[in-house]
Design a protein around this ligand. Structure first.
Ligand SMILES: [Zn+2]
Length: 337
């Protein structure tokens, strides 16, 4: 086990790496703001929270974004799913938890297949309980979440009661603004067919269940924590293009916010920081697995939303950049593993 001072240095390097604002989207401002608020490494704080989940507990996760809702509700984007799958895998290996992954019914098959490529076999809650008890299978439980406000509120209450999650984790999951509108980074309303999972996260925060959130733009769950900075530094952060009168910033906050130039990179860094804490290299999100997940996302029709095409670029960053980030995260933590 690495000593605390080394872990802190590695955490800070992971933070710096994934927050180089290669997309010119203003994430550096959000990074600085979040670091000041949280008083240290964002990636490190996320890894601490995830590793603090009780052995055998339950974690609710969400990712997925209906990318071109005004054309079809069946199309999701490829930033989010591979990162979520990487963190889910690390969590299952490190803490033997049940991970319940929530998304729209329309995106569920694609995200399920990405999780499966990350090593997690999709099962029911009852089956996951058996697998957890005898530690014979790494699993994921996929469940659809309501895409209407009222149904979302009902489902959120039910899930908090029945699942009793120990922690909630979100990456690249769009949340509503102060007027209840879900905005794209171009400031348009694209709430159609979108799961209202942010309602569940608000409820968790209200009840004191820890929430960890990853985002790269300002319109995601968790960014409520740095709302003023989203308004000041992100295009359409102040005034959107839809006419609702607000900006694109999501109102839902979190306990630990991780910013990154690409949300998937934030998740890659979190998995690396978890590997250090567990002293277990199996938790790393390797370049080899990232390549597999990129291919899986293409095969499942998840879109590179920046270019409006299904390919293995994510957020407009080419394939090699994602493999490189995974390699650099691995290199950073290698001296502790
Ligand atoms: Zn608007």
């Amino acid at each position: 086990m690495a000593d605390a001072a080394l872990i802190t240095r590695l955490d800070n390097r992971l933070d710096q790496l994934v927050n180089i604002d290669m997309g010119e989207r203003g994430v550096e401002h959000l990074f600085v703001a979040a670091r000041e608020l949280q008083g240290g490494s964002l990636v490190g704080a996320a890894a601490d929270a995830l590793m603090a989940v009780p052995e055998g507990g339950t974690v609710v996760m969400t990712t997925g974004s209906v990318s071109r809702a005004w054309i079809t509700e069946d199309l999701g984007e490829n930033d989010g799913p591979s990162g979520a799958a990487a963190v889910a895998r690390a969590l299952v290996l490190a803490r033997n938890v049940t991970v319940v992954m929530l998304c729209e019914e329309t995106l569920l098959p694609a995200i399920r297949n990405v999780c499966q490529s990350a090593g997690l076999f999709p099962v029911t809650l009852a089956q996951a309980a058996i697998a957890k008890a005898d530690k014979s299978l790494a699993t994921i439980v996929m469940q659809p979440f309501a895409t209407e406000d009222e149904a979302g509120k009902v489902q959120a209450e039910e899930m908090m009661e029945t699942l009793k999650p120990d922690l909630l984790f979100s990456t690249e999951r769009v949340g509503r603004n102060e007027f209840g509108v879900y905005h794209s980074m171009r400031g348009i309303d694209y709430g159609m067919g979108r799961a209202r999972v942010d309602i569940l996260f608000d409820l968790a925060l209200e009840r004191g269940v820890p929430v960890v959130a990853v985002g790269d733009g300002g319109n995601e769950i968790g960014m409520g924590k740095v709302a003023d900075h989203v308004k000041a530094h992100v295009p359409y952060g102040d005034v959107c293009q839809c006419g609702c009168g607000g900006g694109i910033g999501a109102v839902t906050s979190c306990d630990v916010l991780v910013t990154a130039a690409c949300s998937n990179w934030g998740c890659t860094a979190i998995a690396a920081a978890m590997a250090v804490r567990a002293g277990d290299a199996r938790l790393l999100h390797t370049p080899e697995r990232e390549a597999l997940l990129l291919d899986t996302m293409v095969a499942n029709g998840l879109i590179n939303s920046t270019h409006g095409v299904v390919d293995d670029s994510v957020d407009g960053f080419p394939r090699q950049s994602h493999l490189a980030v995974a390699e650099l995260c691995r290199t950073i933590v290698s001296r502790a593993l």
